[in-house]
Design a protein. Structure first.
Length: 675
DNA sequence: CCACAGGATCTTTTT
DNA sequence: GATCCTGTGG
């Protein structure tokens, strides 16, 4: 098995003497190295699977890795192997060590939306931009392992944010909740000042592998360092040219820091690309050459020269979507390629909508990867609020959502009274209902629906905590659905088509929960925490192998590859993306250093996009694009110039320009007949 | 005191 | 197109 690797890959896979950094260019087979290394550890070196941990950033990457490991390692031997995201390991860690942090085992995990709402109340404003800024600031502080007390506020805004941060922390504690950042931060804090816990985890993980290392933030760096401090055996795999999560606190400096912190660090470069033809690779290399880089590397491949890259200018975004669809359609028939050989990549999620519309009209099957999460849908959040409340009745946000959806005669004012009462009694909203003096603030008439609701939740709760065999999750879920009459609720509030759609989502969620509960032998309440980390509903095996064009954001496309790639909206302002000038603070003062760094990150994003293509790459940009109501004139992205496409042949204008629907169709037919 | 209907306002990227 | 916010009716 190991023999199928090239010399550098092999070296990376079998190096075990100490810390190891693998600098893996795009398409250089880094997943292969990681999976082979895991196999090597288990098959050749006698490591127990349970003592190996591999960390990724996305569930998708984790899932793929699990699959690939299972192909090369015997099932019995790979049992107990941990391959998951940083955050998922964080959940596992915190559940196990909850008591050391004054946290209950079934703490809630708040997503960004929940956190935003909490902050909104504390700031006392509806200004969404301001809330976002504060939320981001707090998140950044957390990712840099800064406690409220560590912060020396330089501006009034920062002082305000610090105040909120303190307040926010206290609120989370009261809710028995943690946010996404805490899933990494709290384990670090605990390991730092609890020797017993620290020791236990250090000895439990005998080998650690980290994927996409360039996307780690300070907190994650520290966690890796702590977890491996005892044996110092780990492999980090990354590519500084593909770092695209600085906005989330990730810092490429972590790669450099590694060389400083570990003087015996073994650095291995993977430079052979197994994915792309020369034209694609050259374009990628040319673009990224405009960025400074930490480690010099030159990608090469042996897949041949390839077709020239095409750049097409479009009149507007409708034309763009339609033309891309038609080109894909034509290529699908001409090249006898499958739909799934094509991808359309874009900067922002909102761009997907118009492409979807065009694809539906053209009858092109597609799947959207990334983008709006299944778990962000209102109906899903509703159901999850119930589950969260059942798992943790101190979760006030979940309580508020559940008790008001569907409406059961509990409104704003009642909740406000209950809230004030709960604050005075220092208890959760849910607990306040059962407080003996609650009738002093809430009239009997308002109290009745509250009590009814709380009794029901308590009943389910009691049974949900029992062992799996006694109380099947299926029974509890079905009972919950029946009690809250959610299907009726949906039909009362939406037209039939929409309601049916939403109800189907709920059924899908239920199916998923039931299946998962059975697979992993878990109780319903144990599953709730895992859901918080999942962005997309994992489809069944058959469904995910369907033949369809992939629509994806550039961010979500990392790690994927496609024979034919279209990147749309390659325009100044969109890629590189520019924030609104008048957002906050003055744009002139917006310091230059920051601007340069932002452009560099956008350039890496462009690089990621280009390197997704195996054989053919097409870039499109629009001369006009609608933004809100105004139609703006646009210019091609600077990155197009940077690719150094001198050949004028590569620059085309929309082949369907100015045509009527009928003419376009005729043109398409012609394209299909004549390659 | 509660619920709903219609209007304005967005849209970077994600665990 | 979807979510928030506001004003009006039950």
């Amino acid at each position: 098995m190991i023999n199928q690797l090239n010399p550098s890959q092999k070296e990376a896979a079998i190096y075990l003497d100490g810390p190891c950094l693998v600098l893996a260019g795009a398409g250089s087979g880094k997943t292969r190295v990681i999976t082979q290394k895991i196999a090597y550890l288990i098959n050749q070196c006698g490591y127990e699977a349970r003592s190996i941990v591999a960390l990724t950033f996305t569930n998708k990457a984790a899932k793929e890795m699990v699959e690939r490991v299972s192909q090369i390692v015997d099932k019995r031997l790979s049992k107990g192997l941990t391959v998951c995201t940083f955050h998922a390991l964080g959940v596992r860690f915190l559940r196990q060590e909850a008591k050391h942090l004054g946290l209950k085992e079934h703490f809630s995990i708040l997503d960004a939306t929940d956190a935003g709402q909490i902050i909104q109340e504390m700031v006392g404003t509806t200004d969404k931009i301001r809330i976002r800024i504060i939320q981001q600031q707090i998140s950044l502080w957390k990712n840099n392992l800064l406690e409220p007390d560590d912060i020396q506020p330089a501006t009034p805004d920062e002082k305000e944010a610090q105040r909120i941060y303190r307040n926010y922390e206290a609120t989370l504690k009261a809710y028995q909740s943690v946010d996404f950042d805490d899933l990494i931060r709290l384990p670090v804090l605990l390991m730092r000042h609890n020797e017993e816990v620290c020791d236990r985890w250090q000895k439990r993980i005998k080998y650690l592998l980290v994927d996409e290392y360039q996307d780690t933030n300070i907190c994650q760096y520290e966690w890796v360092k702590l977890l491996t401090a005892w044996h110092r055996r780990f492999t980090a795999v990354g590519d500084d040219d593909q770092a695209i999560y600085a906005w989330r606190g990730a810092t490429i400096e972590n790669l450099a820091k590694l060389t400083q912190d570990y003087t015996d660090l073994k650095i291995i470069k993977l430079e052979q690309n197994y994915r792309s033809v020369d034209t694609v690779l050259n374009a990628a290399n040319q673009v990224i050459a405009n960025n400074p880089n930490l480690f010099k590397k030159t990608l090469w491949s042996t897949l041949g020269k390839g077709e020239p890259i095409q750049v097409i200018s479009m009149e507007n975004e409708e034309a763009e979507a339609e033309t891309v669809g038609m080109r894909i359609s034509a290529a699908h028939f001409n090249k006898k390629a499958q739909w799934k050989d094509f991808a359309v990549l874009y900067r922002g999620n909102h761009q997907a909508r118009i492409i979807e519309k065009a694809f539906r009209q053209l009858r092109i099957p597609y799947t959207i990867s990334g983008g709006q999460s299944f778990f962000d849908k209102a109906e899903i959040r509703d159901i999850l609020a119930y589950l969260r409340l059942i798992a943790n009745n101190q979760d006030d946000p979940a309580f508020i959502r559940a008790v008001t959806t569907p409406k059961r005669g509990v409104g704003q004012t009642t909740l406000q009274h209950l809230g004030e009462f709960a604050v005075s009694k220092q208890c959760a909203l849910f607990e306040a209902i059962f407080h003996e003096n609650v009738d002093t603030v809430i009239q009997e008439r308002q109290l009745k629906p509250l009590r009814l609701f709380a009794d029901f939740i308590q009943d389910i709760q009691k049974r949900a905590h029992q062992a799996v065999e006694i109380q099947n999750p299926t029974v509890l879920l079905d009972e919950l659905m029946t009690y809250i009459r959610y299907e009726d609720f949906l039909y009362e509030h939406h037209d039939d088509r929409s309601a049916q759609n939403r109800w189907q989502n709920v059924l899908d969620l239920n199916e998923w929960l039931k299946r998962k509960a059975e697979e992993d032998d878990m109780r319903l309440i144990d599953l709730v925490q895992h859901i918080a980390l999942i962005t997309m509903l994992e489809r069944n095996e058959q469904e995910q192998e369907q033949d369809a064009v992939t629509l994806s954001t550039l961010h979500a496309s990392k790690g994927l590859e496609f024979p034919y790639v279209h990147m749309v909206g390659v325009e100044e302002g969109l890629l590189p993306h520019m924030g609104k000038e008048d957002e906050y603070g003055d744009p002139n003062k917006d310091n230059e250093e920051l601007y340069i760094q932002r452009i560099q990150e956008e350039r890496r994003l462009m690089y990621v996009g280009i390197t997704r293509a195996q054989y053919e790459l097409t870039l499109t940009w629009c001369k006009k694009r609608k933004r809100n109501r105004e139609e703006l004139n646009r210019e091609p992205s600077r990155f197009i110039a940077e690719m150094g496409l001198e050949d004028k042949q590569q620059r085309l204008s929309d082949p369907f320009k100015g045509m009527s629907a009928k003419e376009r169709l005729a043109q398409l037919k012609q394209m299909i007949q004549k390659p």
